[in-house]
Ligand binder design. Structure first.
Ligand code: ATP
Ligand code: MG
Length: 279
């Protein structure tokens, strides 16, 4: 999808085409950075094992996410998708395995340390602070950003409704508005990797479309927060197959704590990923 056409925004990539401009228009440093991004995954989780009590929940799960790409994780209820994301974020400890972010193993770091490194998390169920205002919820996201106290105005271009509702309490927003707030809160910290857990759950179709456009744009061009925009890596956990297929650059399917199938997003349909979801 061409997000720069779909979104009426002063996008990060403006003047550079759709995030795939020829190297001649990039500074040498940026061009080198792009090349490196293409060879190397920003996130590489390797052989993660996780248990709740005696139950083996993640069974040697490996996952990669690259800048500029949406990596979709599909799977039915209870297969371990949320546990995988919590393990990436450090919300639950892993028994074994590595989580490499930009080449550094962060598997023993706290969620706060991981967020400060540039990983944004949009949890399942959104986890908005219902008694705090929209502005205060966004400020919580800013707290993960080294040295920053000001909300990036680009967030309100992405989600204009949040600007209108700045002083409303989080709990008074609709489900869709809360989801947009949860994404904006994660973006306020200026992440390089954004991890989203079922952002379409219980949300009306028009807002699902908006969220899809935003996700595509974040991967293609990034947000122009503080200088050069950087394409983001996205990990998207979903059960809504059509939404996942539309966005996926790469996909994997989980069953009972294991990744049982993976490939390129373009091949998802041909490889029968939908059937794995519908039993
Ligand atoms: N805190 C916990 N303590 C014990 N078992 C848990 C805990 N959280 C999840 N589980 C179990 O671990 C398994 C994986 O749960 P998880 O929430 O990761 O699945 P999921 O794929 O995200 O499911 P859903 O699609 O419903 O969100 C399930 O069997 C679940 O019941
Ligand atoms: Mg879940």
């Amino acid at each position: 999808m061409d997000a720069s056409r779909a979104l009426p925004l002063p996008l990060a990539g403006e003047g550079r085409g759709e995030g795939t401009a020829p190297a001649t228009t990039l500074t040498p440093t940026l061009a080198r950075e792009r090349e490196r991004e293409q060879d190397q995954a920003l996130l590489r989780a390797e052989a993660l094992n996780q248990y709740y009590g005696g139950s083996h929940i993640l069974r040697s799960v490996s996952l990669e996410a690259r800048s500029g790409e949406v990596t979709v994780v599909l799977g039915r209820n209870g297969v371990g998708k949320t546990t995988l994301l919590k393990s990436l974020m450090g919300v639950v400890p892993v028994r074994s395995g590595q989580v490499l972010f930009d080449g550094v193993d962060i598997a023993r770091e706290t969620p706060y340390q991981r967020a400060r490194r540039g990983i944004g998390y949009v949890p399942q169920g959104r986890e908005i602070f219902s008694r705090l205002t929209v502005a205060e919820n966004l400020a919580m996201g800013l707290a993960y950003r080294p040295g920053s106290t000001k909300l990036p105005p680009e967030l309100f271009e992405l989600f204009p409704v949040l600007k209108q509702m700045l002083h409303r309490r989080g709990g008074d927003l609709s489900g869709g508005q809360q989801q947009q707030l949860a994404i904006a809160r994660a973006l306020a910290a200026g992440p390089r990797l954004l991890v989203l857990d079922e952002p379409t759950e219980g949300i009306q179709p028009s807002i699902i479309k908006d969220i899809g456009r935003v996700i595509r744009m974040l991967a293609d061009t990034g947000l122009p927060i503080e200088g050069q925009p950087r394409r983001m890596a996205i990990v998207l956990v979903e059960q809504y197959y059509d939404f996942a297929e539309e966005l996926a650059d790469r996909y994997c399917v989980m069953e009972r704590g294991e990744i049982v199938q993976q490939g390129r997003g373009a091949d998802m349909a041909a490889e029968g990923a939908r059937a794995r979801m519908s039993i």
